[in-house]
Design a protein around this ligand. Sequence first.
Ligand SMILES: Nc1ncnc2c1ncn2[C@@H]1O[C@H](COP(=O)(O)OP(=O)(O)OP(=O)(O)O)[C@@H](O)[C@H]1O
Length: 240
Amino acid sequence: MLLQLRDVYAGYDGGDILKGVDIAIAQGTTTCIVGPNGAGKSTVLRVLSGLLRPRKGAISFDGRSLVGLSPRQILALGIVQVPQSHSLFPSMTVHENIELGAYLLKDARLIRSRLQEIQALFPLVKLRAREKAGSLSGGQQRLVEFARCLMLDPRVILLDEPSMGLDPHTFKHVIETIRLLQSTGRTIVLVEQNARTGLSLADQGIVLENGQVRLTGTHTEVLNNPEIARLYLGGTLSNT
Ligand SMILES: Nc1ncnc2c1ncn2[C@@H]1O[C@H](COP(=O)(O)OP(=O)(O)OP(=O)(O)O)[C@@H](O)[C@H]1O
């Protein structure tokens, strides 16, 4: 397994939010974590990115422990989180924003070649390179945020509720962008409120409830689990 959490306990001043979480993620797959508000989904991403140190338990990435590493060290190992929207600098150009994604890199040639790869994958990044990021549509800005994270050539991409607050058009754009990231063979860990959509993008589905993994399975196993369907995927999500 590329990424593994074993019996992880983590939380804030108020006590543990994650209470013995076990998650195993294979290289090149997409895992979607669903569950009710407050279940600890974002907290799982926080322990993976190093923003929150687990109180107990093990987290390993490609055979090495991540516990105790700083967010910067974890980033340098190739685990990046795409920030929730509005993280671009609107008065800077698209190109300048993309370049900021390379801030850990020193080698100008490497930066150039990464930029070319990203432009090939996201033609918009080249087409609109000189325009201010703030002049792009919401969906285009999200796309630039996703593209920017590729400057570090990450092995793992963490996405926290990428669909949150988006209009249907932008939402479609974001789903297409996630599919594009998947096509590059990246490992993706996705937390998604829109459980049906999130799970349909994923190889593996994880239902987190009250800081514990309630169910792990393929996305169809999770989608078809009668109890899960009733609790989390019921009528309200059926038309998304
Ligand atoms: N920085 C923080 N300090 C203290 N408590 C926090 C902090 N961040 C989150 N919490 C608490 O931890 C619990 C789990 O939060 P988390 O964000 O992981 O939930 P979630 O499953 O992602 O749900 P949501 O969809 O509501 O974000 C919540 O009760 C929340 O109030």
